[in-house]
Design a protein around this ligand. Sequence first.
Ligand SMILES: [Zn+2]
Ligand SMILES: [Zn+2]
Length: 74
Amino acid sequence: MAKETFGGVKEITKAVQAGQNSKASLTCQGCLKQNPSNSKFCNECGKSLVQICGKCNHENVKDARFCNDCGSSF
Ligand SMILES: [Zn+2]
Ligand SMILES: [Zn+2]
């Protein structure tokens, strides 16, 4: 029973793919700067990137149409 062994160890290097970042980002409505998706305030101008639900005060993303917590529409 012959067992094949791999003599050469191949180093697999991951290519850096610039521009392949699929993370969602928040666009500031004030200055249009792209901010990380978990941002609450703009990195550039400090404008709030979340909208507070009028019913339950839950913080939702700026472009949300319904509250993430209670489901009421904005
Ligand atoms: Zn801004
Ligand atoms: Zn709510």
